[in-house]
Design a protein around this ligand. Structure first.
Ligand code: NDP
Ligand code: AKG
Ligand code: MG
Length: 744
């Protein structure tokens, strides 16, 4: 019944969103096929990316295509239409767990070499380093970011507000950050007046220069350099621990070891070594021999000491426990299992963890499973200050009220690996004292820092084309939403001052008539936005990459209870579109619940919203009228789903992810059957709408009755067996049969 051919690439990722895909994708395909749209699946899960990196070690049947490479190329195609679900940005412990699982399934994948020595190990490590941390998003995000809560979602949150913990003026929770010696205090920044290749060099105390990296830069590109003093960092950690102990608040650490995948694990490692100072002092040499790496958290100690005799293991475990006596109480990730904040660097990720804390009256979970006031330690003061501002605001004004509060959408600079996002290959942990410097092609020293052994030095680059597009996107968003926009650019930051000049210049390229566009420092910007938000007014935040990440969890979690309900669009520089689903992650806790009681509380609202925009865009670009109708009806279906309370519940036995997908298909089919723009399309969906309506009770019963007991073993966590997951995620024979009948 169709004439045009178009493709949406839907990503298969990890954990909860991957499970949800097994239920949602067959539904989506049933609908899109009538508009001649293929929805193809591209596997960019952690497991697939590892398998794709070692083809020569796998048999023909075991080999997989490198989905990420393919998608990376696709981003350069003006017709690209990609729906991107959240994926694991793997920490080393996650990567190792995935490797072990693949090995146990018979894949001859090499171990991750922690400290590569031979050439072969170094080559293996090199391949793994491309998979570690935030490795997918920077490749796919070939455009800037436009994240906001659609009107229907905001209206729903106002009508049915999520719970918000009360804030007391007496709360002792606060953010703590360095007052010197951090990246913020040392940042330098230059804008290239012409294209050239600069050199990053280290000059030792004897005056010998060592080339660390050559960096080809474009004209107009902004280059920053900065360092964090390891001494200042460790003194800071010690000070915060003593302060927390004396004042009786819990201690917690919030970093982004996945996205800042080189610098933040080192910061995390210092925290582990300072917290467990006695243990590392006493067993340091033994730990070195065993290959303990504190950057991987205390789990690395537990893991490596398994090789020791039982009595030594117990002795070390006792020493660990003794530390808890002298240190403040440590925030827990899982108090039942005794997993602390310092166990694994990817368990507490600042963008999600700080808003969760602020939403919970500024409290985190203690050893006894009870919520308590906490000191939130975020060493880098550049961004930590905004959290203190929000905490101050809540202490003064009480918790935000989702029924009345306004919205803070975000336009984020992220294209072409902007800012810290792309700093990984330009981050160096110093091995001796000396000078790090950036030297221009003509020999001029552009920037330099005196550094000491252990300091973390990094450079960040931001391309002019990305900045120009970001300014354009901000103006477009301000115009389309008739909302004031604030560029968050700190007067105290060297980098932001370079950006300020460009923003001022590029704004002149646009018609600003009637728009309210301002530039403010971070503290001023967040206060301004929160004051307006409290009065029910919206303010667009236009920010750099890290603030984009932080704010698109922070504000949505206050406004909507979760960032899963965000519309997250990446208009790519080459003309294509990527539609991210939500703004959060892959929710590992949800998988645990599915395994324990066969209930998946993952909310696919982000997927629904992304799909509607993806279809609409296809409709416009290809002149595909049916795609436009599908998009319009999908948006209506999503609104109905919200209004009728058909989102997943958190409790087993009630409607879950699968049930919400059923309702989406029911409402979508009804809307299509009822629309009058395309009679053939209406006739096509009328029988499905009728059948789904008639069988509603039966289907819901089939979907809910499987819950309450453990799900079938998925035969893997990172690399589960598709046939088994399909069975678990599609338990309603009635629904499957009805969808199958449409597909013929
Ligand atoms: N875009 C991407 O690819 C991103 C990937 N990640 C990756 O995700 C993993 C987990 O990160 P983490 O920081 O724990 O953050 P998550 O966002 O995955 O989890 C935090 C909590 O947010 C809630 N949540 C998030 N998404 C949904 C959803 N769709 N439906 C319902 N609830 C939701 C859940 O709360 P509750 O448990 O209370 O239901 C969840 O436990 C990491 O491996 C990280 O690297 C993280 C961010 C973005
Ligand atoms: O790439 C990542 O690791 C996560 C990114 C993220 O959290 C975000 O973009 O919101
Ligand atoms: Mg984020």
């Amino acid at each position: 019944m169709t004439t045009q051919k178009a493709t949406i690439v839907y990503t298969l990722t990890d954990e909860a969103p991957a499970l949800a895909t097994y239920s949602l994708l067959p539904i989506v395909r049933t609908f899109t096929s009538v508009a001649g749209i293929d929805v193809t699946l591209s596997d960019i899960s952690l497991a697939a990316r590892i398998l794709a990196a070692f083809p020569e070690r796998l048999s023909e049947e075991q080999r997989v295509v490198d989905g990420l490479v393919e998608l990376g190329e696709l981003t350069q195609d003006p017709h690209a239409n990609i729906i991107k679900l959240p994926n694991i940005s793997a920490s080393v412990p996650q990567l190792r767990a995935c490797v072990a699982e693949l090995q146990s399934q018979g894949y001859d994948i090499p171990d991750f070499p922690e400290e590569p020595k031979t050439a072969e190990e170094k080559a293996i490590r090199e391949r793994y380093s491309k998979i570690l941390g935030s490795a997918v998003n920077p490749v796919l995000r070939q455009g800037n970011s436009d994240r906001r809560a659609p009107a229907a979602v905001k209206a729903f949150a106002r009508k049915y507000p999520h719970s918000m913990g009360q804030w007391s003026k007496a709360s002792r929770s606060h953010a703590d950050y360095m007052n010197g010696g951090d990246f913020f205090s040392s940042e330098q920044s230059v804008t290239m007046n012409k294209a050239q290749t600069v050199r990053i060099e280290f000059v030792n105390k004897a005056g010998q220069a060592e080339l660390k990296k050559e960096l080809p830069l474009e004209a107009g590109e902004v280059l920053d350099s900065m360092y964090m003093s390891s001494k200042a960092l460790c003194d800071f950690f010690e000070g915060t621990l003593q302060d927390a102990k004396e004042s009786g608040v819990m201690w917690s650490l919030h970093v982004k070891a996945t996205m800042m995948k080189v610098s933040h694990p080192i910061v995390f490692g210092h925290a582990v070594k300072v917290f467990y100072r006695e243990v590392f002092e006493k067993y340091g040499e033994l730990f070195d021999e065993l290959g303990v790496n504190p950057n991987n958290g205390l789990s690395s100690v537990y893991d490596k000491i398994k090789a020791l005799p039982q009595s030594t293991q117990e002795e070390i475990e006792r020493a660990i426990h003794d530390c808890y006596e002298n240190r403040p109480e440590l925030a827990m990730v899982d108090s039942v299992k005794g997993i602390t904040n310092l166990h694994i660097p990817s368990d507490v990720i600042v963008d999600a963890s700080m808003p969760a804390m602020i939403r919970t009256s500024g409290q985190m979970w203690g050893r006894d499973g009870k919520p308590k006031d906490a000191k939130a330690v975020m060493p880098e003061s550049t961004y930590a200050r905004i959290y203190q501002e929000m905490i101050n605001f809540c202490k003064t004004n009480g918790a935000f009220d989702p029924r009345t509060m306004g919205s803070v959408p975000n336009v984020g600079l992220m294209a072409m690996k902007a800012e810290e996002y792309g700093s990984h290959d330009k981050t160096f942990e110093q091995t001796e004292d000396g000078t790090m410097r950036v030297v221009a092609a003509d020999g001029t020293v552009l920037m330099q820092h005196e550094v000491e052994k252990g300091d973390i030095w990094r450079a960040c680059q931001t391309k002019d084309a990305a900045i120009r597009d970001w300014v354009k996107l901000a103006v477009t968003r301000a115009r389309n939403s008739s909302t004031p926009a604030v560029f968050w650019l700190d007067e105290e930051r060297a980098h932001d001052n370079e950006l300020r000049k460009k923003v001022e210049a590029y704004l002149q390229e646009h018609d600003l008539n009637g728009l309210d566009i301002r530039v403010m420092s971070y503290n001023e910007a967040i206060r301004f936005s929160m004051e307006r938000m409290k009065r029910g007014q919206d303010t667009i935040s236009v920010t750099g990459n890290v603030l984009r990440d932080y704010l698109t969890d922070l504000f949505p979690i206050m406004e909507l209870g979760t960032s899963a309900k965000m519309l997250s669009i990446v208009p790519m520089l080459a003309g294509g579109g990527m539609y991210e689903t939500g703004a959060g992650g892959s929710a590992p806790k949800h998988v645990q619940q599915l395994l324990e009681e066969n209930h998946l509380r993952w909310d696919s609202l982000g997927e629904f919203l992304a799909l509607a925009v993806s279809l609409e865009e296809l409709g416009i670009k290809d002149g595909n009228a049916r795609a436009k109708i599908l998009a319009k009806c999908l948006d209506k279906a999503t609104e109905l789903l919200l209004d009728n309370g058909k989102s997943p519940s958190r409790k087993a036995g009630e409607l879950d992810n699968r049930g919400s997908h059923f309702y989406l298909s029911l409402y979508w089919a009804r809307e299509l059957a009822a629309q009058t723009d395309d009679a053939e399309l209406a006739a096509h969906f009328a029988p499905l709408a009728q059948a789904l309506s008639e069988k509603e009770a039966q289907i819901v019963a089939e979907l809910n009755s499987v819950q309450g007991q453990p799900a079938t073993e998925l035969k893997g966590y990172y690399h589960f067996e598709p046939a088994v997951v399909e069975k678990v995620m599609r338990p309603s024979a009635t629904l499957n049969a009805l969808l199958g009948a449409v597909n013929g």
